[in-house]
Design a protein around this ligand. Sequence first.
Ligand SMILES: [Mg+2]
Ligand SMILES: [Zn+2]
Length: 226
Amino acid sequence: MNRAVFLDRDGTLVHSVHYPSRPEQLRLYDGIAPALRELQAMGFLLIVVTNQSGIARGYFTEADLQRMHASLSANLSAQGVFLDGFYHCPHHPDGVVPELAFRCACRKPQPGMLLRAAAERDIDLQASWFIGDILDDVEAGNRAGCRTVLVDLGTEQPPASPSRCPAFVARDTLHALRIVQAVTALQDSTELDLLYRPQAWKAEHSEERHGPFKKYALTHPGSSLS
Ligand SMILES: [Mg+2]
Ligand SMILES: [Zn+2]
């Protein structure tokens, strides 16, 4: 199975803009390409997961979005970063495009896009990460069983429920990528068995691979983030 780093697009990979609709409006954060390259070298698929209700709202079209994503891919591949996929939700209940105006299962905080990516790309969600700049990203990641990192853009109130609690909070996207690298390197180290558990706990906690990150699962058997 594969492991992935799922990345929100707006505010996480690129500077946040109000409903961008043209390629030149997607401006990558400076300095993140080397860290993305390193994660790629660690065997992570890099997959963009983005709500794009601007399509349902009639602000831009699927074709516009494809142009934007082709340009973003080209910018990154020029720096040695090869995105493995884009998943977008074009829906919104208040949309003006009738066939897209409904309450779907893919718009974050729903985990639908992650579940679809996992099925299509043979991804182990529990070995994967979701990085995003709002708690709806975190909730989608948690509900899919990923580890989550919130990038702090100063927009989010304290989480109102465990399902919206990120495992880590980063001051910016580069910091988030470094956290994923560091935790993965520790976890991959065979000498350091970070997932060790007392024998008696093993029956109760079947999801051992969550390790220390799912503190709710460890401290409150029976409750779960998902
Ligand atoms: Mg965002
Ligand atoms: Zn959707």
